[in-house]
Design a protein. Structure first.
Length: 255
């Protein structure tokens, strides 16, 4: 094989692998921001160009509460054709119901991440709620759930979050204590997000269940859903990276 042909083949393989990997990372990500009426919708919402989240992204879908600030009636969730992080409409929809809503005191004027955590849909005291993402394809997904306590709470509160058999009882960080840093919530560390990894949809659905613990009123501020790359995509990316390394060594050897 000639040196020119070898270089061409390796370059094509490398570029192809990198393009596929980067495409998967950017397009297969959906974010939903829960917006509470009465807190200043403009401040509580995220614009298409706002970058927010533990996984930084643009084009969050703003789902506005059906009741005003502090409303005690059901706060329903219903939004279809969710946009992905590139602004492209998908077949994914979100639905569910909470018992009330409130603001967390994160001061959205400080940036997009504060706005993401500013409005929360809540279970109600000693109660529960659920959120379902529908229309998902086969494969695995990661789910990031944002949760902080409102400013009335002196410290953190406890809630249980579950997807399938994965159940996590964690401490919600007080919203007013958010300093722009994302901290993973655990059973002994107050935080502002939770992770569920490698979830397999059931009949195209992923359902998040939220329950209060000890009379708490647990809130959810938003979510992000990320597609886990297929093994074949990872393999192509690996082949591309290996091709780049081989090409570099080949060029050095020929000098």
């Amino acid at each position: 094989m000639s040196r020119k042909l070898l270089v061409t083949l390796l370059s094509a393989a490398s570029i192809g692998g990198i393009a596929l990997a980067s495409g998967t990372a950017s397009a297969d990500l959906i974010g939903v921001n829960f917006v509470v009426q009465g807190t200043g919708t403009a401040a509580n919402s995220l614009s298409a160009t706002s970058t927010a989240g533990f996984i930084p992204q643009e084009n969050f879908n703003n789902d506005v509460s059906s009741t005003s600030l502090g409303g005690t009636g059901p706060t329903s969730i219903s939004k279809a054709d969710l946009l992905d992080s590139t602004g492209t409409a998908t077949n994914v929809s979100i639905s569910g119901s909470f018992n009330n809503n409130y603001e967390t005191g994160t001061h959205p004027v400080n940036g997009a991440n504060y706005a993401l955590l500013y409005g929360e849909f809540k279970t109600g005291k000693s109660s529960s709620a659920s959120v379902t993402l529908s229309g998902l394809g086969s494969g695995s997904y990661n789910l990031v759930v944002y949760t902080v306590a409102d400013f009335f709470n002196v410290s953190s509160i406890t809630g249980t979050f579950s997807v399938g058999s994965d159940s996590q009882t964690v401490l919600e960080q007080k919203g007013a204590n958010f300093d722009g840093t994302f901290v993973k919530a655990t059973d002994n560390t107050p935080g502002n997000y939770i992770e569920f990894t490698n979830i397999t949809p059931v009949s195209g659905d992923i359902t998040l269940n939220i329950s209060s613990v000890g009379g708490s009123n647990v809130g959810v501020d938003g979510i992000q859903l990320q597609t886990v790359p297929e093994p074949a995509s990872v393999g192509i990316f690996g082949a591309g990276a290996a091709g780049l390394m081989l090409l570099s060594r080949r060029r050095r050897a020929l000098k």
